[in-house]
Design a protein around this ligand. Structure first.
Ligand code: TUI
Length: 319
């Protein structure tokens, strides 16, 4: 057992959430994670509401356990996706890339738990006042759209700023990361990149192989010119982006480079010119195993690490 009050709040066995990654986190992955006792999350990304509804039904057909949908607030379909989420009575909604404030009253009335992702203390405080149920504090080690603060620095500040369960995200892929997050005051973790290499993840196999091969300095942050910094694995797209940035290209030119690139990577396997969004922790992801095994390994290792630290470093004699 490794239980925190967050487990009770979300109705899960282990304090592990699976990141709701666009074009990656389908119903198959979400169901596998929820069946294993974590919280599986469908990534709506820029997908239309009909697709999201199909994935929700898929999860419901595979498990009766709680699951979530991540609503990407920059999506042109965000509002319609929220309507589907309400209609389908999805147990948990996470949000990203924006402020979900205007959706909170309807979600609360629906009995949906709302757990926004934030990358700053200010937004965490504002949302806590609006009545959200928990907060995911995501550091800039993460893949995809990121803020500017690391997980190590952001999590304790959000923990101090709000009177809600905090979930740490960004740079976490194993038991060491879970133990560290709990030590920082978080009640759980969200892992994205680690679950991309779950057996049940339907992302293109080329992407899984690229993660397995990634080393410490193999990610880069693109999109700073457009105002939407995004962490991806280095490839020819990144080179092209860096060339454009060097000659002072306009935001529009850079934006054009990214159109369709995420889907090209994640679904079609174009790891050369696609946008392979993944976190820095890709470097420690070295095997493709079932979601259940990921969760069990992470929990078992975290428990051992925390117990060892307590006996090794905290005994009376060493004081
Ligand atoms: O949302 C994410 N990560 C994502 S979304 C995504 S899809 C995408 N594709 C192309 C360009 C951009 C995105 C890929 N990865 N993580 C959660 C997250 N949310 N990180 C940072 C934020 C965030 C940023 C600003 C949340 C709120 C926010 O506030 C803005 C405001 O209105 O105050």
């Amino acid at each position: 057992m490794l239980k925190t009050p967050l487990c009770e709040l979300l109705g899960i066995e282990y304090p592990i959430l699976q990141g709701g990654m666009a074009w990656v986190a389908t119903g198959e992955l979400a169901a596998a994670v929820s069946l294993a006792g974590g919280l599986g999350i469908i990534g709506a990304g820029n997908a239309p509401p009909q697709w999201v509804q199909g994935e929700i039904r898929k999860v419901k057909s595979l498990t009766g356990r709680p699951f979530g949908v991540n609503v990407m607030l920059m999506s042109p379909f965000a509002e319609q996706v929220m309507e589907v989420v309400l209609k389908e009575r999805v147990p948990v909604v996470t949000t990203g890339a924006g402020n979900p404030g205007k959706y909170i009253p309807d979600l609360k009335e629906n009995g949906t738990k709302i757990v926004p992702v934030v990358s700053s203390v200010a937004l965490a405080k504002r949302l806590a006042r609006s009545g959200v149920d928990a907060i995911i504090a995501e550091g800039m080690e993460s893949g995809g759209h990121i803020g500017q603060i690391t997980t190590m620095v952001l999590v304790p500040q959000v923990v101090d700023a709000v009177d809600l369960p905090v979930i740490a995200a960004g740079g976490i892929a194993d038991g060491r990361g879970l133990a560290a997050a709990l030590t920082l005051g978080a009640q759980g973790v969200q892992m994205g990149t680690r679950f991309m290499c779950a057996d049940e993840c339907t992302v293109h196999p080329n992407v899984k192989q690229m993660i397995l091969g990634a080393k410490d300095r193999d990610t880069a942050v693109t999109g700073e010119i457009t105002g939407h910094p995004v962490r991806v694995l280095r490839n020819k797209l990144v080179k092209r982006y860096e060339e454009l940035a060097a000659v002072g290209a306009s935001a529009a030119e850079v934006e054009e480079l990214g159109v369709g690139a995420l889907r090209a990577a994640m679904r079609d396997g174009d790891t050369e010119f696609g946008s392979v969004m993944a976190g820095q922790i890709a470097a420690v992801v070295n095997e493709i195993i079932p979601a259940r095994d990921i969760i069990h390994q992470v929990v078992a290792d975290a428990k051992q690490i925390l117990a060892r630290a307590a006996t090794r470093y905290c005994s009376q004699e060493t004081m």
